[in-house]
Design a binder for this molecule. Structure first.
Ligand SMILES: *Cc1c(COP(=O)(O)O)cnc(C)c1O
Length: 450
């Protein structure tokens, strides 16, 4: 019998995270203070982050120890399984060998607790009492709520209003884990009130919710802010995914030719790919592909320049591929991929040609999701299904070329709280929406000059 699932024992959870900043040929330009536009130092970040995370944000040390308290909680679901997608291969009649790492086994159903747990840990250790954060469809908010409950931290979540109204289940999960959830824009913060004055029906966006959470953290001494993607320390924490996958493949004598993950802010892509990009930097031939929606095409159509992480311009300016900080992507179902920017680390690697990017429309993504569900049994998150689409396309290319390549992708989460999206797809209610180039240009024209 061929191996279907490659498991590691609890003892084999990686003890260190991998920091790609130690090996990148070029580091991204530093973040800038939003007011002075001068490089932001540790002191500028102290109001909203604990020092341990600020250090991880800036260090060039290659390996960072994972604290025991974090390992103890990782052990609830890590190491996550690696599967050989044999039934999918058979259905595609491809000679390719397809593997996927499954992060949907975490209690919140996605990769996001990999960073929520250490972020809660370092904040607790620094004496912080409360975390303020934002969430779109709720994956990050629920991961932070979970982490807060495990470390005894209060959690306040600003949840994008459309999702708050349309997607109650993750909100209920957050509340079950004890978090306090506000629909954003809210009347709780100045940034929220200003937006509501202009338009009481504003549906909200991730950029607006980030402004509210950052303001909340900056104006309360006992409160810090936590971000679920984009920043260097977040990508660092997610490298447990790639480190485990590398070991799992090694156990069966495999090494990927292609590594694929969907990309919103870039943390799950960085998480699975960085340990392999280490090898690429050191001469190994391997392709890494970040997959995004055509309706929010940050890498494939954005520009590489400084931009704010939020709508109100409260966060430091980050050097990244961006569609403009007031870009409001259409309401596609892959809520986790609707962010205007891309992590500075992934952006720099893309700029330097070390990774590739690809964009798909949601109809072809759901088609791939259904094929996957029918062959591999798991109903995938709409976000993760972007990676499935790319893996299927590359496997079909292998069939055409008669090549047997090894393809690895990250299944970043399950879709059991996204069944309304499947219902829309099955009823023929979903449409493809490509963001018009002209509107991207308009949004980019409003970027800050530095
Ligand atoms: C949030 C989320 C993503 C996008 O994550 P990034 O790491 O920011 O790119 C992908 N898949 C799932 C299931 C998510 O919850």
């Amino acid at each position: 019998m061929q191996e279907t699932k490659i498991l590691l024992s609890e003892k084999e959870i990686p003890r260190q995270w991998y920091n790609i900043m130690a090996d990148m040929p070029n580091l991204p330009n530093p973040p800038l203070h939003p007011g002075t536009k001068k490089p932001a130092g540790p002191d500028d970040l102290k109001a909203i982050f604990p020092m341990a995370l600020i250090e991880q944000e800036m260090t060039s040390e290659r390996w960072i120890d994972i604290p025991d308290e974090v390992l103890d909680i990782y052990a609830l679901w890590r190491p996550s399984p690696l599967y050989r997608a044999k039934r999918l291969e058979d259905a595609l009649k491809t000679p390719a060998r397809i593997y996927y790492k499954y992060e949907g086994v975490s209690p919140a159903g996605s990769h996001k607790p990999n960073t929520a747990i250490p972020q809660a840990y370092y904040n607790k250790k620094a004496g912080i009492k409360r975390i303020a954060t934002e969430t779109g469809a709720g994956q990050w908010g629920s991961s932070m709520a979970l982490a807060g409950s495990l470390f005894g931290l209060d959690v306040t979540v600003y949840m994008v209003r459309v999702s708050y109204n349309q997607k109650p289940y993750r909100r209920i999960a957050m509340e079950t884990w004890g978090a306090n959830v506000h629909a954003s824009p809210s009347a709780v913060t100045n940034s929220g009130r200003k937006i509501l004055e202009a338009n009481p029906d504003n549906p909200g966006s991730l950029g607006i919710a980030i402004s509210e959470a950052v303001e909340d953290a900056a104006t309360h001494d006992d409160t810090n802010y936590a971000l679920g993607s984009v920043l260097n320390h977040v990508l660092l924490h997610q490298t447990v995914i790639g480190l485990e996958a590398k070991r799992q493949l090694e156990l069966i004598g495999e090494y990927p030719d292609i590594v694929i993950a969907c990309s919103g802010g870039g943390s799950n892509f960085g998480g699975i790919s960085f340990p392999f990009i280490y090898d690429k930097i050191h001469g190994r031939d391997i392709k890494a592909i970040a997959v995004e929606p055509v309706s929010c095409p940050t890498l494939t159509k954005g520009e590489y320049r400084y931009d704010f992480g939020d709508t109100a311009g409260l966060t430091p300016l980050l050097m990244m591929y961006t569609l403009g900080h007031d870009f409001i992507p259409p309401g596609i179902h892959a809520g986790g991929l609707r962010y205007h920017g891309e992590s500075p680390l992934v952006s720099q690697l893309y700029k330097d040609g070390l990774i590739e990017a690809r964009a798909y429309g949601q109809l072809s993504v759901f088609e791939a999701a259904i094929t996957f569900a029918k062959t591999e049994a798991i109903i995938p998150a709409p976000e993760s299904s972007h990676a499935i689409r790319a893996a299927i396309d590359d496997a079909l290319l292998c069939r055409e070329e008669g090549k047997s390549k090894c393809i690895l992708f990250n299944l970043s989460g399950h879709g059991y709280l996204d069944l309304a999206a499947y219902s829309d797809y099955l009823a023929g209610r979903l449409v493809d929406y490509e963001y018009p180039d002209e509107m991207i240009r308009e949004s980019l024209a409003k970027l800050p000059v530095v």
